[in-house]
Design a protein around this ligand. Structure first.
Ligand code: HEC
Length: 151
């Protein structure tokens, strides 16, 4: 009876550790997807101002570009712990095989987002900085993101 009780406690311990590890892992994938969504939404709003579909408000561009910078650089590194490319993540294993390349792109994104904020004076300057930044998005996605979500 006592053995059964101890066994039960042990099993509970093992189960809750597994569950916690899983929740933590899902957490970071979810967190970075949301982070990328924030970045994507900010880019869309800036683009609308460049195209004249929205009023060009320099202060707003600065704010949006600042939000992108906040989600770049080491903030990116933090949400990509080694091997965290499980469902439904689109992260490629190549990230951890070429970590320096990946980390450098994250830093470049931060620098270009800050440049975009600094250039938020005329719509022309914003358009140019926006172009540079969006090249970095594409370059990183091409190397390190799967085209389709895993299902
Ligand atoms: C350092 C590499 C890197 C850079 C730079 C980068 N991304 Fe990403 N992005 C990724 C990876 C990897 C994923 C897939 C993450 C996952 O599914 O776990 C992703 C996913 C996304 C997603 C999909 C999120 C979702 O809901 O699944 C969007 C939108 C996105 N990125 C937008 C952008 C934009 C816009 C930029 C540029 C301003 C950018 N990214 C720059 C690596 C990068």
């Amino acid at each position: 009876m006592r053995n059964l009780f101890v066994g039960g406690i042990l099993l509970m311990g093992i189960l809750s550790t597994t569950v916690l590890a899983h929740v933590g892992a899902v957490g970071v994938v979810k967190e970075r997807m949301e982070s990328m969504k924030t970045i994507g939404a900010a880019m869309k709003q800036i683009k609308a101002m460049i195209n004249g579909r929205a009023d060009f408000v320099p202060e707003r561009v600065k704010e949006l570009a600042g939000a992108i910078a906040d989600h770049s650089g080491t903030a990116i590194n933090r949400v990509f712990p080694v091997g965290s490319n499980f469902e439904p993540s689109q992260a490629k294993p190549a990230i951890w095989e070429n970590w320096q390349v990946f980390a450098d792109l994250a830093v470049l994104m931060e620098r270009q987002a800050l440049q975009l904020a600094a250039d938020a004076v005329t719509s022309g300057a914003v358009a140019k900085a926006y172009q540079e930044l969006s090249k970095t998005c594409k370059s990183c996605h091409k190397k390190f993101r799967l085209k389709k979500k895993r299902r």
